[in-house]
Design a protein around this ligand. Structure first.
Ligand SMILES: Nc1ncnc2c1ncn2[C@@H]1O[C@H](COP(=O)(O)OP(=O)(O)OP(=O)(O)O)[C@@H](O)[C@H]1O
Ligand SMILES: [Mg+2]
Length: 162
């Protein structure tokens, strides 16, 4: 574990995934300025520092990007966001795809659990890996609907490094 900048990792990883998004005709965006947590510091992106493992944080984001791009229909939108306050750093991926029914939102974090009829191939391991990596960073993983109650929003909330 060492000090790392989540905004930097997220920006680099998102940039690397732009070709995948273009191939799927999905608008992939990155936003490190919006801060939807309380007690925002003046420049939230500059303070997105945590104690962690760069490869694991990257792996977590890759799994979320893979899901968002795989399950969202062509013409859709995926946004990666980083927001920080004095205590927490939040990394999130939001899409405007089909969403995950409320009764499935906890179970999709279990290994091999897949939602019937998602219409794409997968092993059902991605979100289990995301949760394991989150736990190893004392972070919490939350899955909700996206803006306006549709799509999917996965947020990882890390304790900010002192
Ligand atoms: N962004 C999303 N939009 C809609 N459904 C999703 C999304 N992310 C995950 N899901 C649903 O949750 C299930 C579990 O996701 P998870 O990433 O754990 O496994 P997978 O994508 O099926 O396979 P793997 O990631 O191992 O290749 C998926 O099969 C899909 O039904
Ligand atoms: Mg997956």
């Amino acid at each position: 574990m060492q000090k790392l900048d989540v905004a930097e990792i997220a920006r680099d990883t998102t940039t690397e995934w732009v070709p995948h998004a273009l191939a799927r005709n999905i608008d992939l965006g990155f936003d490190a300025t919006a801060d939807n947590t309380a007690n925002a510091t003046a420049d939230s992106a500059a303070h997105a520092v945590i104690e962690g493992d760069t490869l694991l944080v990257r792996e977590m984001l890759v799994n979320l990007l893979d899901n968002a791009l795989r399950y969202t229909q062509p013409g859709g939108r995926v946004t990666v966001r980083v927001a920080a306050n004095d205590h927490r750093v939040q990394l999130s991926v939001e899409d405007n795809g089909p969403g995950i029914p409320a009764e499935e939102r906890e179970r999709v974090f279990e290994r091999f659990h897949r939602v019937l009829g998602s219409g794409a191939e997968g092993c059902g391991l991605g979100l289990a890996i995301v949760r394991e990596i989150a736990q190893s960073h004392n972070a919490e993983a939350h899955l909700t609907a996206g803006a306006h109650g549709s799509g999917t929003l996965v947020s990882i909330v890390f304790p900010r490094a002192a």
